[in-house]
Write a protein that binds this ligand. Structure first.
Ligand code: GDP
Length: 415
């Protein structure tokens, strides 16, 4: 079947860190399609989609008091220090227990605050047992200065349990500021960063016998230094079905993160469309109300994933001392799907259908439900992702105060 190979080709577009389905499952589905065992192919796709939807993600963050652990946890969750569900910062650790912090937008994601091993009397093995090590997907070990012997011993014990760990050195912004202040003549940013990384990893290497993964971050700006690299590495190391939820949880605002979310969602939309397409080719006819009902929900979900929901836009506007309306004129999504627009939903939908049939070359009546859903979701997805990138660029420009940025409309906008 021709589309067995197109199924495979579709997933070849994505890098390992954003691939949400394993090679094994891709091959399995392709084989079933080739053999015309469509029901079996659908069962595998359904299982893959279920695994992606249901995947829980538990991140353990450990480190001593004062290292910036709470600030790091808040940054991972995209929660400001002053918000009511924030991990308390500047607090002295008094509990020997772990504390769960749920991700505000993704109920399957939990970040666990573990007491630093140095503030307990446990051996590394006992510490891990006490902290229920088997419940986490990976460990992050934090320090604001150099890593200590007990950090290395803990890492060794984690590795013995067959689990992954990553060292995060926080407060890099302070190191750079201080060096610049006190040694302005000899200051060299790259050299200093390398020096700090070498200093951290040399010490750890002595105990671990292999090169440890050390990431230099500033919790003040997680789009800088090694934070994006840390995100990519974590995505690469996670099993495929967990990458979707982790990529959607990412809070760093970079083009790479936005594209990672877009790629992840594209694959999910594709899998859903193949499933629907294999099952049936129901003509659009009576499905309009069904589509209309889901449109709103899908679109709002995408807005929230890409930081275009009202609350996120308010935050950006506040940061830059502007009004949300100042931004909205540069974005496409408000035009694409606005409640305040005069055009009725039905009218819009038929415009989309006409556009889709012009892209696919078929007559409007031949557009099927799954094709419609597939194209619409991609249209929304690309609009939201492109808007997020435009917002990112305009934010950078506004910050430099060089005037507004007007993004090129996506090519489908002309239709
Ligand atoms: P915890 O005790 O390890 O949870 O540490 P906190 O998150 O409470 O941070 C301790 C202090 O360091 C707070 O005043 C934070 O604002 C500050 N802090 C945390 N991370 C960073 C960072 O990356 N850069 C800078 N400059 N300050 C940080």
């Amino acid at each position: 079947m021709a589309w067995a190979s197109s199924f495979d080709a579709f997933f070849k577009n994505f890098k390992r860190e954003s691939k949400i389905i394993s090679e094994y499952d891709i091959t399995l589905i392709m084989t079933y399609i080739e053999e015309n065992k469509l029901q079996k192919a659908v069962s595998v796709i359904e299982k893959v989609l279920r695994d992606i939807e249901d995947a829980p993600l538990n991140i353990a963050v450990t480190g001593e008091t004062g290292t910036g652990k709470s600030t790091f946890i808040n940054a991972l969750r995209g929660v400001g220090h002053e918000e009511k569900d924030a991990a308390p910062t500047g607090a002295i650790e008094t509990t020997m227990k772990r504390t769960p912090y749920p991700h505000p937008k993704l109920p399957n994601v939990t970040i666990w605050d573990l007491p630093g091993i140095g503030s307990t009397t446990f051996t590394p093995q006992n510490y891990l047992t006490e902290m229920k090590f088997g419940e986490y997907d990976f460990f992050i070990i934090i320090s604001a200065t150099r890593f200590k012997e007990n950090d290395a011993q803990l890492a060794k014990a984690i590795a013995q349990m067959g689990m992954n760990f990553y060292f995060v050195r926080t407060k890099i912004d302070s190191d750079l500021d201080n060096e610049q202040k006190f040694k302005p003549k000899s200051f060299n940013k790259e050299k200093l960063l390398k020096k700090i990384k070498d200093y951290c990893s040399n010490h750890l290497q002595e105990s671990l016998y292999s090169e440890p993964l050390v990431f230099l971050v500033s919790n003040v700006d997680i789009s800088k230094y090694d934070f994006p690299k840390l995100e990519t590495k974590l995505l690469q190391d996670l099993p495929a079905h967990k990458r979707h939820v982790f990529s959607l949880s990412l809070q760093s605002l970079t083009e790479a993160t936005i594209n990672c979310k877009r790629d992840s969602l594209k694959q999910k939309v594709f899998l859903e469309a193949v499933k629907a397409g294999v099952l049936a080719t129901i003509p659009l006819g009576g499905m309009i109300s069904d589509i209309l009902e889901n449109l709103d929900e899908t679109f709002n979900l995408y807005r929230s994933y890409f930081g275009l929901d009202d609350a996120s836009l308010e935050n950006v506007a506040k940061d830059l001392n502007m009004s949300v309306d100042d931004f909205k004129v540069h974005l496409r999504f408000p035009h694409l799907f606005s409640e305040h627009n005069d055009e009725s939903l039905e009218d819009k939908l038929f415009k989309y259908i006409k556009h889709i049939s012009s892209v696919t070359g078929g007559p409007v009546a031949a557009v099927t439900y799954y094709r419609m859903a597939y194209y619409l979701q991609n249209l929304f997805l690309d609009t939201a992702a492109n808007d997020a990138i435009a917002l990112l660029n305009s934010k950078a420009l506004f910050e430099k105060k060089v005037g507004p940025y007007i993004s090129e409309p996506p090519e489908y906008w002309e239709a």
